[in-house]
Design a protein around this ligand. Structure first.
Ligand code: RFL
Ligand code: PHB
Length: 397
């Protein structure tokens, strides 16, 4: 049995856990990160690609963004394709010069892990059976885990549950003390990563009668593309040729334009869902990121919300531990949820106007969604609301 002692025990080594650990270190607080998976798995998970203006700046200001600054693709706008015809919304024009950064989440996670370890913060990979104790009422909570056949105990002042939707932290909260809000969508995204030069300088979100498609990228030689598919789809039903043909069709065939093809090096399916838990805190346990809320990826908000949460949490914990001032920590949940629900609304709205459920091509709702999208693309007021949300709302803390 081995014992460790830190200010904050962080569960989960994703963007929220890693960023929280760094922001705490800047404030002079100690932490340890307990991660269930292997380092290679965490660094290889292909997920988000779009960082809001403020999220990218947070990573850079934290000192962990050297490679992000050098290699990110800064975009001034986003494009939409409606049944093959393309239109563009300028972000810089409508959101006071703010841009988005296109940079792979797994690259950001790789950078953050290297930085964290170099700076002497311990990350325990392959920590099994993580369990949370005495956080509800006790002044000294602890976390136990198994590693190399031994039980370890971390004694701490606070626990941060940064362990994603399927993590143990939220599940440790008694059901009667929390309220969960769920919404699922009747479709998923088939995503591919391909060794192909992007055929576009900016992202293209497509609404097509066959379903949604998205053209994104990771570098000048890597393209990341998505197709709306039915929920019960098997990746095996989508051989490479079929994927490329469908992307061509949904993204711009009518405009005589096509995607660049190349070797597909990753292909997977993600269901779309929305989820929020309230409150995001119980006693000395604080949830952040996907552990507390999930959005469908259409609005590119998940990783950005994770970073926004831990900005508040780090300042709140530092005020409490360093200055014995609990005021911000007491407001953690309300402050985060104000941003979370706005991002929920935006992601739900963007998912709705761009996706057509199977068999619902010619319905009242599909006409409404089409009109909504056309309004966005023809109105300065509407474009401004979109741009303000897409580049990221201002941080409260
Ligand atoms: P993560 O990244 O899921 O990390 C949680 C970590 O906790 C570990 N864990 C445990 N560790 C110890 N004990 C346990 N019992 C544990 N249970 C779990 C896990 O192994 C993992 O390492 O959560 P975090 O840090 O909150 O970060 C959230 C983001 O990962 C997520 O919101 C984004 O990926 C969402 N997302 C996007 N977000 C954006 O901001 N912009 C985008 O463009 C964007 N695109 C996307 C996305 C997510 C996607 N998928 C695959 C869901 C595109 C896609 C396709
Ligand atoms: C991505 O590049 O993976 C990406 C971009 C925009 C989204 C979702 C995912 O809305």
């Amino acid at each position: 049995m081995a014992n460790q002692n830190v200010d904050v025990c962080i569960i989960g080594c994703g963007p929220s856990g890693l960023m929280l650990s760094r922001l705490l270190a800047i404030k002079g607080l100690s932490s340890i990160i307990l991660e269930r998976s292997k380092r290679a798995h965490v660094e290889g998970r292909i997920r988000a690609g779009v960082l809001e203006h403020g999220a990218a700046q947070t990573i850079i200001d934290s000192g962990m963004g050297e490679r992000l600054k050098a290699e990110r693709m800064l975009h001034d706008g986003v494009c939409f394709a409606i049944d093959g015809k393309q239109a563009r919304v300028s972000l810089t024009a409508y959101a006071e010069g703010q841009q988005i950064s296109v940079y792979g989440q797994h690259e950001a996670v790789r950078d953050m892990i290297a930085f964290t370890l170099e700076n002497g913060v311990e990350i325990v990979f392959e920590a099994e059976d993580v369990a949370l104790h005495d956080f509800e009422t006790g002044a000294s909570p602890s976390v136990t885990y198994q590693k190399d056949g031994r039980e370890h105990t971390v004694s701490c002042k606070y626990i941060a549950g940064c362990d994603g939707f399927h993590g143990v932290s939220r599940k440790s909260m008694p059901q009667e003390k929390i309220k969960e809000f769920h919404r699922s969508f009747p479709f998923g995204w088939l995503g591919i990563l391909a060794k192909a030069e992007p055929a576009t300088d900016e992202l293209i979100y497509a609404r097509h009668k066959n379903g949604f498609a998205l053209y994104s990228m990771r570098s000048s030689t890597l393209s990341r593309l998505y197709l709306q598919v039915p929920l019960d789809t098997d990746v095996a039903d989508w051989p490479d040729e079929k994927v490329w043909n469908e992307l061509d069709l949904r993204l711009g065939a009518d405009a005589g334009w096509s995607v660049n093809r190349g070797e597909i090096i990753d292909k997977s399916i993600t269901p779309l869902r929305s989820f929020v838990v309230e409150p995001m805190q119980l006693g000395r346990l604080f949830l952040a990121g996907d552990a507390a809320h999930i959005v469908p990826p259409t609005g590119a908000k998940g990783m950005n919300l994770a970073i926004a949460d831990v900005r508040v949490l780090a300042v709140g914990l530092a005020k409490m531990i360093n200055d014995n001032d609990v005021s911000l920590l007491n407001e953690y949940s309300q402050i985060c949820l104000r941003r979370v629900w706005k991002a929920q609304r935006f992601s739900w709205w963007m998912t709705g106007i761009l996706h057509t459920p199977e068999g619902a091509q010619d319905t009242y709702q599909s006409r409404i969604d089409q009109a909504d999208l056309e309004h966005l693309l023809s109105s300065d007021c509407y474009a401004k609301i979109f741009a303000e949300n897409y580049v990221g709302l201002p941080f409260e803390v």
